[in-house]
Design a protein around this ligand. Structure first.
Ligand SMILES: [Zn+2]
Length: 40
């Protein structure tokens, strides 16, 4: 049985964080650092 993979978060590209302009990283607000989008 093939299970569908979790949707990789498009905002952080599945990394769970994104680079901010101030020169650091910030926990992705879209996936809360999980790197995957929650399916509603
Ligand atoms: Zn994300």
């Amino acid at each position: 049985m093939v299970q569908e993979t979790e949707h990789v978060c498009g905002l952080c590209d599945g990394q769970g964080y994104h680079v901010v302009m101030v020169g650091g990283t910030e926990t992705c607000p879209a996936c809360d650092g999980l790197g995957v989008e929650e399916e509603i």
